[in-house]
Design a protein around this ligand. Structure first.
Ligand code: BG6
Length: 489
């Protein structure tokens, strides 16, 4: 069913995010009938361009989608008809009053401004909107990560937004929260009675969270080199995943009920600083190698300059509260790794005593611990690894076998992209899957001392060959504890 008509304005309307994610997501929502003919979508950028030219550009960007699906092809012109382009410059007042007049004074109509631009421009956009009366009650703003580069700069940005908008108008996107499999984490934990009694240090040995990518820095080296994997991935996506695994049961799905619980997790993270960063963290940078049989250059070659920016991070984290004390949360993420693969692995404790180890039996089958593997992408699904008897008359031979729930097989169809859900949530006014200001602050509070420790130590990131699993130090980080990174079997 269609949503009430709304206006969505994308600053950075010709940028990578708009073309690759936002407009395709809106197209899908339109095809499914959620966006009616009275809604308007504006792309904003600095150069001169007609509506027609903009529509053609978007048509090109979504051509593969239309080619793959006749439903999309059939709706495409109608969708493109919702699109408009306006030239606006943040450095000048020219055009802003006219744009405000065009949007009009439409009480009750939801108006979303999506700031798909660098964080240094957020305050600017907010002030311009305010200046022409576009910041009022019906307005919502969406800001992309990174929100700043550390706690102090995040504060400046959030305060600038806060001068113009009420916190309830600000939607801070972490697109991982919109992924179906990430939402399913909450469903799995709180929709089943099976896991919660075991979900604590007493029964869980450790947790692994991996977000591995095969891509390099693409065309984003200028941004990425100032950021690095810690800010680009850990501060937001990995910490949010950790929160969803570790949080206490919220009383409801109300946005603040969940965000309150996530915040407590962030605040309970064991601090990592100069004293322990050497033991608890590993940073890496890829060298030339091959990914999926394809030769790829090293990070420094792609950048064309010297740099100490990390493209890989592994961290042994701990949530210091009653539920989790002593349970390591091993986090790792990197670019140019062997495989695109994001997953959460919860490894349970071993049985206290094995009855299957009798050598007189002819076998002594070691028992692997149970594991719950939540595959976020690709091959979305959930596997529960259990010990089973191998059929046959030869005695109790034990083997680890997975109960395997594949999303594609079970639910069929296409997995909607995270942005589809998130954009519609903004229009609906549901902030559940967005980060509250205090969450962002708490995440930086944990990240900043790690960054500071690295800077103080002056050590270069450890080299790793593109197409592998990161520096050997990341393997050592977990093997020192007698554990190994999970490999899909
Ligand atoms: C973004 C990061 O937030 O997430 C990128 O800036 C990264 O560096 C991307 O590639 C990964 O997202 P996804 O949805 O492809 O896993």
């Amino acid at each position: 069913s269609p949503m009430a008509p709304f206006d969505l304005v994308i600053f950075g309307g010709t940028g990578d995010l708009a073309m690759r994610k936002l407009l395709p997501a809106l197209l899908h929502r339109h095809v499914d009938g959620q966006i009616g003919p009275d809604s308007r979508i504006y792309g904003i950028a600095r150069d001169e361009r007609t509506d027609e030219a903009y529509r053609e550009r978007v048509r090109d960007a979504v051509a593969p989608l239309a080619a793959a699906d006749p439903r999309i092809a059939a709706c495409l012109d109608e969708f493109l008809g919702l699109l408009h382009y306006r030239r606006l410059d943040l450095g000048s007042e020219a055009g802003w009053p006219e744009f405000a007049a065009e949007l009009g004074d439409t009480p009750g109509r939801v108006r979303v401004f999506y700031l798909a631009v660098g964080p240094s421009l957020f305050a600017n956009v907010a002030d311009r909107l305010d200046g022409v009366g576009l910041a009022g009650g019906g307005t919502r703003v969406v800001v992309e990560k990174p929100i700043g580069k550390d706690g102090a700069s995040a504060q400046v940005i959030n305060e600038a937004l806060g001068r113009v908008f009420h916190e309830s108008q600000v939607y801070r996107i972490d697109h991982y929260l919109g992924k179906e499999t990430v939402q399913n984490l909450t469903a799995l934990r709180f929709g089943n009675a099976l896991f919660e009694p075991l979900w604590k240090a007493e029964h869980i040995d450790h947790v692994q969270i991996t977000v591995a990518e095969t891509v390099g820095v693409e065309g984003r080296a200028a941004y990425y080199d100032k950021s690095g994997a810690l800010r680009d991935m850990v501060q937001n996506h990995l910490l949010q995943l950790l929160c969803l695994v570790a949080m206490e049961p919220p009383a409801s799905l109300a946005a603040d009920a969940i965000r309150d619980e996530k915040l407590k997790v962030l605040r309970a993270l064991r601090p990592i600083d100069g004293g322990n960063a050497g033991q608890l963290t590993v940073r890496g940078q890829y060298r030339a190698g091959a990914v999926g049989g394809q030769a790829v250059p090293g990070y420094l070659d792609e950048l064309g300059a010297a740099s100490n920016t990390e493209t890989f991070v592994a961290i042994k984290a701990e949530v210091q509260n009653w539920r989790w004390a002593g349970v390591p949360f091993y986090l790792r993420t990197g670019k140019r790794l062997a495989q695109r693969m994001s997953e959460i692995v919860v490894t349970f404790r071993r049985v206290p005593h094995s009855i299957f180890g009798d050598p007189n039996d002819g076998h002594s089958s070691p028992l692997a611990p149970n594991k719950l593997v939540i595959r976020l992408q690709p091959d979305e699904g959930v596997k529960l690894w259990l010990m089973n008897k191998v059929p046959g008359p030869g005695g109790m031979r034990m083997r680890e076998v997975a109960m395997d729930l594949s999303f594609a097989e079970t639910f069929g169809g296409r997995q909607p992209d995270a942005y589809e859900r998130l954009l519609m949530d903004v229009v609906r006014g549901n902030p559940m899957l967005f980060m509250r200001r205090d969450e962002v602050d708490a995440a930086w509070q944990w990240i900043d001392p790690i960054r500071a420790a690295w800077e103080a130590a002056h050590d270069a990131p450890k080299a790793y060959t593109a197409g592998g699993w990161g520096p050997s130090a990341a393997v050592a980080l977990i093997e020192r504890d007698g554990r190994t990174w999970h490999e899909d079997g």
